[in-house]
Structures are given as C-alpha cells and as structure tokens.
Design a protein around this ligand. Structure first.
Ligand code: ADP
Ligand code: MG
Length: 312
C-alpha cells in the first residue's frame, strides 16, 4: 500500500528530493497541487508532474464519490465530547472530525477553556466520548495553562502527566510563524497518526495586529484564507477535528442586531465549517449558539465553566 511519496511508482530518489526541496513533502501536498505549479517549483517536466499528482490522488482515494459513499463516510464521522451534554447536543453529539469548528465570542466567553477541555477529552476512549487520540495546541496569545490540563484530566480520571504528554504545544510568535507551523503539521501527523485534534487559539489575533485597518484588509484576508483552507484540508485528509477561536469585539454602540462583530471580518464565513458563538451569562454560565451550520438546526444552550472544566 502507498503510504508516502517514495512509494509512488513514478517517484525515484532524485524526483523525491526535488519535491521535498520545493516544499511538496507529502502525498497530500502533491495530491492537491496544480500540475503547472508543481512542475515549475520542483523543476520537473509537466507530464511527470501530472502523473505524480494522479498517482498521489489515487493513493489518497481523491475521486468522485456517490452520495451513498459520502453518507457512509459521514456516518463514521467521530465526535469529541465537550464535557457538557447540552453543548454536545447543540453540536449534534460533540466536536466533529473532518470539520473545522470556529469558536467565536468576546474576551472571557470561554473559548480558551473549551480548547483546553477538548485537548483533554480527545484522549478519552470512544465509549467515553473521546477518540483515544492526541491534540496539537497552537497558542498565539500565550493563554495556554498546563495547570488547567492537569485539573481537567484529573477530573475525568485521566492520569495528568500522560494527558499532558499527549498534547503537542507550540507558541506561535507571529502570523508567518503560525502559518509555517500549520505547513509543517502534515509531517507531524504522518509521524504520529494518533493526532486527532488541532487547535489554533486564536486564529485571528496575529493577523489582526499585523494587518490592521481597512488598507490591509485584502492582504489579511488572503493570508488568513490560505491558512484556514490549509486547516480544513488537514481535517478532511486525516479525519481529525480542527478548532479555531476568534475574538470578537463588543459593540455597545450598536442598538440593533448582533452587538458583536467577528474580528476576522467576513473571511471566516467563506470557509466551510461550523461556527459557534459563545457569550457570557450569569456567573460561570456561558451561552453557546450555532451559526449557519450546514446540517445542524439553529439554537442555543447554556453550559458552565468550573474548576473541573466544562460542564452542564
Ligand atoms: P476567552 O478565551 O473566550 O477569552 P477563557 O476561555 O479564557 O475566555 O475564559 C476565561 C474564563 O474561564 C474566566 O473568566 C473564568 O470564568 C473561567 N475560568 C478560567 N479558569 C478557571 C478555573 N480554574 N476555574 C473556574 N473557572 C475558570
Ligand atoms: Mg482565549
């Protein structure tokens, strides 16, 4: 069975080196490349590029499928419990694999706490609402706390040190770094297929700081879009869940409609996935609301953030 680029019939050592040098270091990267780009970047004939791309697609089973096949695949979509039955219910069972879920809301609405909780819960066995998997946590704001992982894992009966060992953590220093980390994720996931969850908390903060204002909007959208699509592709190819967070500002000057505005502008609306709005409520209560999910009914639920983690 073809497992990596070097297993493809048309790829010998010399072509393999050229592909890797050009940044096409995995089957996935080659499968979704355009023949022209690949040919130019790797310095190989167009016909060779076309052949390799075709082989990579066959190896990854990228082809037209019937709706019935799609149904069978989607039925196998797995879910990660959030720790709150109400929130799981809202999400149709939990956070889905093969999907990017955006958590957006004001400061303190619980985005980061939920990310911590899910990076622990993904480790639970299937029968307890996990995937028996590991998590990747990309932290752009420096708000990751191992103490929370420790507390949350203890609370659900996981051994805290092993739970922490199952979370790959990286602080992203700026937007270029953040994009580079995601570029390199394919390699990490191929080496450790137990990875079932990727978190980017927050996905927008660096982009917002580095490309402020209207005049930078086009560049920001373009970069962010590329980043987001890359994440969506990882979710689909490796059957894993992606969670991104997005801080929104309160707009007290607004009287009608939704008084919060997504900071990434409308960029995130164009990317497939599920959008969940989080709002502060009384005390430790939070409200979650689904926004434009393709297959979930709209609605909202209340959950709580406690010392032990996310609960009903
Ligand atoms: P966001 O990422 O949306 O800005 P957070 O996820 O950081 O918000 O949520 C912060 C809130 O989480 C705090 O205001 C507090 O209510 C709750 N919280 C954080 N740590 C704990 C804890 N150890 N015990 C209970 N609640 C906590
Ligand atoms: Mg946060």
């Amino acid at each position: 069975k073809v497992k990596s680029l070097s297993d493809l019939p048309g790829v010998g050592q010399s072509i393999l080196n050229k592909l890797i040098e050009a940044g096409y270091s995995s089957l996935e990267a080659v499968a979704v490349a355009s023949p022209q780009d690949l040919s130019v970047a790797a310095g190989i004939p167009l016909t060779t590029a076309q052949r390799i791309i075709k082989e990579a697609r066959e190896a990854l089973d990228i082809r037209f499928k019937t709706a019935l096949e799609v149904k069978k695949e989607r039925i196998n979509t797995k879910k990660i419990t959030t720790g709150s039955q109400a929130l799981d219910g809202l999400l149709g069972g939990g956070i889905e694999t093969r999907t990017m879920t955006e958590l957006f809301g004001e400061f303190g609405s619980g985005k980061t706490q939920l990310c911590h909780q899910l990076s622990v819960n993904v480790q639970l066995p299937l029968e307890k609402g996990g995937l028996g998997g590991k998590a990747v946590y990309i932290d752009t704001e420096g708000t990751f706390r191992w103490e929370r992982i420790e507390a949350m894992s203890k609370a659900i009966g996981l051994e805290p040190d092993s739970a922490m060992n199952n979370i790959y953590y990286m602080r992203a220093i700026n937007s270029d770094h953040q994009m580079a980390i995601v570029d390199d994720l394919q390699e990490l996931i191929s080496k450790d297929p137990a990875i079932k969850l990727i978190i980017v908390d927050s996905v927008t903060s660096h982009f917002r700081a580095e490309f402020p204002g209207r005049e930078n909007l086009a560049v920001r959208q373009q970069k962010l879009n590329k980043h987001l699509h890359q994440l969506v592709r990882l979710a689909e190819m490796y059957d894993l869940a992606v969670i991104i967070t997005n801080q929104v500002m309160a707009r007290p000057d607004m009287f009608y409609g939704d008084p919060t505005v997504a900071v990434g502008g409308h960029t995130l609306y164009h990317v497939p996935g599920i959008r969940v709005q989080l709002k502060k409520s009384r005390g430790n209560k939070r409200i979650a609301r689904i926004v434009d999910a393709p297959h979930l009914p709209e609605g909202e639920v209340v959950f709580a953030i406690t010392e032990e983690g996310v609960r009903d």
